[in-house]
Design a protein around this ligand. Structure first.
Ligand code: FPP
Length: 224
């Protein structure tokens, strides 16, 4: 039985969760953050070393100004409220994606949060912000080319996840069955798991269900 060291989640369905309750989308996102909080508190029980969450994609800028600003606000609140607990739990916070174009106060908050949690040894919480996998791969390939050696290894070494264990399991909630420009390279040999559960309803029990299915799958990595 294999256990998953590195799990990534496309947290989808906040909007639909809210719509079903005739609530504004912002409430769905707020409940989405609560689902993140719930998972972090139970992460110890899962054996996961690295949890990577897709919080804001490079395509999310296409959403309304209000929704983008709601999401930024939730990130601020998340860092302000939850960082102490993240540090106490010994988790290291790592951001992937180019968050340098976020509002200046948020950039500073994120940098401080990464610095404050840098010595965490109990696990890593990776949050993807303004992240796009094609952009990440293009940048890594350009860096490899600049050094005169473009190989699978040199490209992989230039990815933002180069210091993390390989991705084992990629989960997407809400019934959508696509990767949406998330960890395309890293997902090459990952197991994929799709569930109809909307993100605000996703609990550690759902995560454990995904992990149980993962441990029952036979991973061949291209061999037989
Ligand atoms: C997808 O739901 C969700 C997002 C685009 C944002 C995810 C962000 C959070 C859960 C909050 C921030 C996270 C952290 C780590 C603090 P959707 O709006 O696309 O839902 P829909 O497809 O039902 O409309």
């Amino acid at each position: 039985m294999t256990s998953a060291r590195h799990v990534a989640i496309i947290m989808d369905g906040n909007g639909r969760w809210a719509k079903r309750r005739l609530l504004p989308r912002s409430v769905g996102h707020k409940r989405g953050v609560e689902a993140v909080r719930g998972l972090l508190r139970s992460l110890d029980d899962t054996g996961i070393e690295v949890l990577t969450l897709y919080a804001f994609s490079s395509e999310n800028w296409k959403r309304s100004e209000d929704e983008v600003s709601d999401l930024m606000g939730l990130l601020r609140i998340f860092i302000a409220r939850d960082l102490d607990e993240i540090v106490e739990r010994g988790l290291k916070l790592k951001i992937i994606g180019d968050f340098s174009i976020f509002p200046a106060d948020l950039v500073t908050m994120i940098q401080d949060a990464q610095a404050r949690s840098a010595s965490g040894t109990q696990g890593t919480l990776v949050v993807a912000l303004n992240y796009g996998s094609q952009q990440e791969i293009a940048k890594a390939a350009a860096a490899a080319a600049a050094k005169g050696e473009v190989t699978v290894e040199t490209i992989a070494a230039g990815l933002e996840t180069a210091d993390l264990p390989p991705l084992d399991l990629l989960i997407r909630t809400s019934g959508e069955v696509r990767l949406s420009n998330f960890l395309l390279w890293q997902a090459s040999y990952a197991e994929l798991y799709f569930t109809d559960v909307l993100w605000p309803d996703f609990t550690v029990d759902h995560l454990k269900q995904a992990l149980a299915e993962f441990s029952g799958r036979e991973r061949r990595f291209g061999g037989r």
